[in-house]
Ligand binder design. Structure first.
Ligand SMILES: [Fe+2]
Ligand SMILES: [Fe+2]
Length: 265
């Protein structure tokens, strides 16, 4: 198993504090505020299109009072994941970020009953690529080159060249960060062809949004099977409308792929 990136100890302590409803708010706020970079990232995220609120949150105390511990926990984990992805692969960050925005819009508009952490799960679905990239940059660049040259999806090339794919590696990473099965399993399953037994809705939603984001970016990417969409009640989804809407969103937010940077699935 490749070495897995660890979270700073402050983030680990904070994640535990936010999971315990008995933690006094003043302690949680103080712990976040002690870390100025984290505070700034959390406030940026909560006021960004990722969160799509019009709250105008100006302080951590305001954010905690308004959103509660579970939402703050998600923002802390999300900002750590974004930091890791954006520092390593710009186009993967763009794909992850706009996919997470689309996931939120889709589940709200379609009234889909699923994990309350699905937007964050979507944000982190390809994080295993960062682990593979950091483990052996040269080997992973070869994977990316073969994937482009042969028009083969990255996870297939990873399996052939590295013996493991980013979905599995991502799930190991998030397990090591003490995330729950409801996030770990859908990430592990996001390139599986068989219908999953557990967290099928979340796993298929990730496939669907993954496809829509790639298609909106002009990448060749296979859509989910009709059978998969039907199994979660989305057999009649107007994919064309979602695709066009998402293309507009990406260009309005100026989050299209950057030339020279590498695309990833
Ligand atoms: Fe993937
Ligand atoms: Fe993806």
């Amino acid at each position: 198993m490749p070495a897995l990136p660890t979270l700073p100890s402050n983030i680990i302590i904070l994640m535990e504090m936010l999971r315990d409803t008995r933690t006094p708010a003043s302690e949680a706020i103080q712990r976040i505020e002690q870390d100025q970079v984290l505070s700034a990232r959390v406030l940026k995220l909560v006021n960004s299109s990722y969160y799509s609120t019009a709250y105008g949150v100006a302080s951590i105390a305001h954010a905690v009072a308004l959103l509660g511990y579970e939402e703050i926990w998600k923002l802390v984990v999300g900002s750590a994941a974004m930091e890791l992805i954006s520092a390593n692969d710009l186009n993967l960050w763009l794909h992850s970020y706009t996919s997470s925005i689309l996931m939120k819009e889709l589940i709200e508009a379609e009234g889909i009953n699923c994990s309350s952490k699905i937007q964050l799960t979507m944000l982190m679905h390809d994080i295993g690529k960062i682990v593979l990239l950091n483990y052996n940059l040269e080997a992973y660049r070869k994977v990316q080159d073969s994937s482009i040259e042969d028009s083969t999806m990255a996870h297939t090339v990873e399996e052939a060249q590295l013996g493991v794919n980013h979905a599995e590696v991502g799930s190991w990473l998030l397990e090591s960060w003490a995330l729950d099965e409801e996030q770990v399993l859908p990430i592990a399953q996001h390139h599986c062809t068989a219908l999953p037994d557990l967290y099928a809705t979340e796993s298929i939603l990730i496939k669907l949004v993954d496809y829509l984001d790639h298609a909106a970016r002009g990448h060749h990417y296979p859509p989910p099977e009709v059978e998969e969409l039907e199994s979660i009640g989305l057999g009649d989804l107007d994919q064309e409308r979602w695709l066009q809407q998402h293309q507009t969103r990406i260009s309005e937010l100026n989050l299209s792929d950057q030339p020279q940077a590498r695309a990833s699935d």
